[in-house]
Design a binder for this molecule. Sequence first.
Ligand code: TNX
Length: 638
Amino acid sequence: MTAPTTRLDLAWWPKTADEPPRYVFTLVNHGAEPLAGFVLAWNGHCKIDPATPLENATLLRRISNYTEAAPPPGFVLPPGGTWRFTVRRLNVPLRHWTEAAQAAFLIAHDGSLRAVEVGLCTPAGTPGTPRLGLHLDFPDATPSDGLAIIPWPRHVDVSGTLTPPNGLAIDPTHPAATRFAALCRRLFPTEPLLDPTGLPVHHAAADLPPEAYRLRFAPTAVTLEAGSPSGHLYGLITLGQILRAARRAPTRCRFPAHGTIEDAPHHPWRGAHLDVARQFYPPAELADFLAILAWNKLNRFHLHLTDDEAWRLDIAAYPDLARLGAWRGHGLPVPPLLGSGTEPHGGAYGKNDLRALVALAHSLAIEIVPEIDVPGHSYAALAALPWLRDPGENGEYWSIQSFPNNSLNPAVPAMVPFVETVLAELLDIFPSPWIHIGADEVPDDAWATSPLARARLAALGGRGASALQADLLRHLQRLLRRAGRITTAWDEGANAGGIAPDGALLMAWQDATVGPRLAAAGYDVVVAPAQRYYLNMALAPDWWEPGASWAGHASTADTYAFDPAAGFAAADLPRLAGVQCCIWSEQLHDRRVFHRLVFPRLSAVAETGWTAPTRKSWPRFAAAARFMPALYGQPEDM
Ligand code: TNX
């Protein structure tokens, strides 16, 4: 396609004492032809209020963040001319540039599309530069003891300094060595950490718990003792971290000559979640991401496979699900959303892709916990399989992200077999003990105008969407229990007597009080409060920082300082399985935004998961974080 000759400039004017906020769109025709009879379509994170009229434009269509508007009747945009219109109400005020529209196009009267270049949205008329890419939001520092290890080990007692060896000479026949070699090739392809002529590393079996390891340093060799494959791998990762830092920063870091490191994790669940529905991440990128998790000794990868904006799992029984539900674009069942332009945007994972990822994850001591988000967040599934709706439903309800009628109706007879079939395929692909079934954010008035839902509610004797959802979740929990799996869900899964504590694990996301409350009610919990562990939240309030802020801002230091055990009664602490960061992708249309938001906060959560609270130290973490890898490159390379 040729370069766009129309450009959309965006400006955000926050509310003042005299005026409500204004979101101002200026379309400029840089082409040689006048433009008439067109519709402007745009998308990006924020949603406009369809009930409030636009000024100097007519709203034609709005689904979540996809909007179509037309200029006044008879309007012609001449070469060099502009069309300006104003939006008065949004779902939430804009606070960061990534919340504004990211993509736009014109729909001509003959239906053809014309790309529009979209400028960065300026706040109150002030131009600026978006903050992108790898970034440490704290000053550089030197590790006080010369060791840059994240997460910090349980016990460190080392001395002396060796000239950094030209590599680790690991026993190539040891299974952990093969895995570690592959991990290093993936993460540091130009930086060999292994060398048969380097410092010998002897593996030894020891009676240590899973994941634990011991390193004994001597000038001529290192001995690595562990009682599990993960322990052997983690010992090598610690050695790899020590070696890299000593080589890259020889004046600040060292490779010890004597002593021991004894290590074991504080929490069994050390997770990272990735939303692959809002943006598609090709399998190769997920493989690289798994490698980064391993280097942080994170052991759970929560793969959020479905959402309103896309269904990413190819299910043999329902070919339309991925064929239609994994793609968004003009004229498709799912409209262009979250930065999609004139071309269809998307992708799905096949069984073989996912099986390969599971195998890779296992080699890196990571369990992939798949999530099918039901019954809410299902706009894409319903767009692909409209027969899952109640044909008698005649009203509208809206999700928090402004999707209409987006929840799978538990009273539709075809719905339960559908979810069962999907889960059966999921169980076949993923051996994980934990299967995540979503359960978040079903609108209170979902299915209120569905005759089938009303009849079902009358039979159940319950009230509202939560009763219907709870009944469905109980059914799915029974099914998963029979399959020997643990029902995993977001914290709303417990509502209205839904998921029962036995055989369940809930993710406490809404705030830091939810985890202690659920644990007191008998649930095992993973703590992932949006305010600190949602890595899509901006680092700081500045407009030019990317990210959202509905749960506030979190600097790396804020994320690091969060204590997941705070608020738990002592007797309930055994129910705290661990921690997880969540990477929601609505605003991650650009991988440079991903970098800015994810690294090194991901490592801050990893250290909180692994290192006992008394052993954590912000200055030490801050000095070591620059050596941790990111998806492409690492902070130190900046
Ligand atoms: C809430 S957290 C959601 C997600 C959004 C996220 C945006 C949760 C269980 N649901 O659907 O992506 O907020 O930050």
